[in-house]
Design a protein. Structure first.
Length: 134
């Protein structure tokens, strides 16, 4: 059997570049339709953006918030990819498959908690100020 290098498989060029956007959108559509937690993260993202606009947060706060939200959404997509790859290998209950899926989920959980703390740091003082609690 002849070995083919990855660079030979990966086509290059502008057409391939444009197709990569299509594949990315397909991945987002799949995850949105099939992953409940991505929908929850998306709703949290929309709420954070609405709060940011409402409270007119600073450019630096926007930057930190956008990074946090982007990392959470991206980690959820990576977790979905890990789950699909594991399911491709085996649908049987396997301790190693469980570890892979659980660790992917845990990574998303950790990033979500960090994003929540960032949201608290940015928004709680502003909310307290509105209600004259600060």
């Amino acid at each position: 059997m002849t070995q083919i290098s990855r660079s030979e498989i990966k086509k290059k060029g502008f057409k391939r570049f444009l197709k990569s956007f299509k594949y990315s959108i397909e991945g987002l559509k799949y995850a949105y339709k099939n992953e409940q937690s991505l929908l929850i993260h998306f709703i949290a993202t929309v709420l954070a953006i609405i709060l940011g606009l409402t409270f007119k947060i600073s450019h630096m706060e926007w930057a930190v918030l956008c990074i946090a939200l982007g990392v959470v959404l991206a980690s959820e997509l990576i977790n979905t990819a890990i789950e699909a790859a594991v399911d491709l290998i085996t649908l049987e209950i396997n301790p190693l498959a469980k570890i892979a899926k659980d660790c992917g989920s845990a990574a998303t959980f950790v990033f979500s908690m960090i994003a929540a703390v960032i949201g608290i740091i940015i928004f709680i003082p502003k909310i307290m100020h509105v209600f004259h609690l600060f």
